[in-house]
Design a protein around this ligand. Structure first.
Ligand code: GTP
Ligand code: MG
Length: 310
């Protein structure tokens, strides 16, 4: 069904919706009226269109069996390290956001690179048999590293690179727009993984000073909402976001670091992993507050081949 067939959607509104990335009835049904109002629709129009889309898709309650069927679709993506996979109960899950947080050099970007390649592997090898989208906010995507890691998995390096769609985000607005563009891309192409590396760097740089925190959190909230519903849920994709932690010298006991974005990012992440440096190329990963898995730790290694057991 075309979005024009929804009551209340004429050519002008259809164009607005498409421009903002709401190209399908599913995408509209998954939106909030606030999101629709952000693209210039009036409140009652927004609500009417969303309701129509939801009715059309019979959204709302679903039976426990439907929930089960959806959960059975959850894919598990290997990190390259069995130990690290075990932490997540067998790999990074689709239909979920996994947050990697840690200080600089703790391995966030390396894991993101590795997953962009393993996503392409067939399912029996721990992959998702799909491509990846990489939203790069810090200009740290390295094609040569992708080539190196794919050779180690006996994949054709050129092909591996061609299956990763990379976009550089220049500011937080651009980053949010790219997430919407990713949703459109996923309507056309089989994408199993979306990386946002770093989720928070632009937000942190742009929203400084007093009085801006609430705005930042609200925007971050909207961004994560979209990542969960339009990317992870609708397309059965794994979403990886990275978050650098700040040192918190005011905290005297325990680990003096805390992820930025605080509870907003935490609330939206199904899995949160704290990464820290070990000896040389060893890294320690700790799963935090997982709904289904015990809080556990493991050691892994960042080798020339990529992420491996420690
Ligand atoms: P920030 O983005 O600065 O917060 O850090 P990060 O957590 O993303 O760290 P990143 O993943 O970039 O780097 C972690 C470590 O991986 C580095 O300290 C290097 O030791 C290692 N590393 C990075 N690139 C390579 C590479 O090409 N080969 C190998 N063998 N190791 C690398
Ligand atoms: Mg990084």
């Amino acid at each position: 069904m075309d979005i024009e067939e929804l009551p209340g959607v004429g050519a002008t509104i259809a164009e607005k919706l498409r421009e903002a990335g709401y190209a399908s009835v599913e995408a509209i049904a998954a939106a909030s009226s606030g999101e629709m109002m952000d693209i210039g629709l009036g409140e009652s129009t927004a609500q009417k269109i969303i309701d129509a889309a939801r009715t059309n898709l019979k959204m709302g309650f679903e039976s426990g069996l439907d929930v089960l069927a959806k959960r059975e679709q959850i894919g598990k993506l290997t990190t390259g390290s069995q130990e690290l996979d075990n932490l997540f109960g067998g790999g990074i899950e689709t239909q979920a956001i996994t947050e990697l947080f840690g200080k600089f050099g703790s391995g966030k970007t390396q894991i993101a690179h590795q997953l962009s390649i393993t996503a392409q592997l067939p399912k029996e090898k721990g992959g998702l048999d799909a491509g990846a989208v990489y939203i790069d906010t810090e200009n740290t995507f390295r094609p040569d590293r992708i080539q190196q890691m794919s050779k180690a998995l006996e994949l054709d390096p050129e092909e591996a690179l061609s299956n990763i769609q990379v976009a550089r985000a220049y500011n937080s607005d651009h980053q949010m727009l790219l997430a919407e563009k990713a949703a459109e891309l996923m309507d056309e192409k089989k994408i199993g993984l979306v990386v946002v590396d770093s989720l928070t760097a632009h937000f942190r740089a742009e929203y400084t000073g007093r009085g801006t925190l609430a705005n930042r959190q609200q925007k971050l909230n909207r961004h994560m909402h979209l990542l969960q519903r339009r990317l992870a849920d609708l397309h059965n994709a794994a979403v990886i976001v990275t978050n650098q932690v700040m040192s918190r010298p005011d905290i005297m006991f325990g680990d003096p670091t805390s992820p930025i974005g605080g509870h907003v990012v935490g609330h939206h992440s199904t899995f949160r992993v704290y990464l820290r440096k070990g000896k040389a190329t060893k890294r320690v990963a700790k799963l935090i507050d997982s709904p289904s898995m015990p809080d556990a730790e493991c050691v892994f290694d960042i080798s020339t081949d990529g992420v491996r057991d420690g």
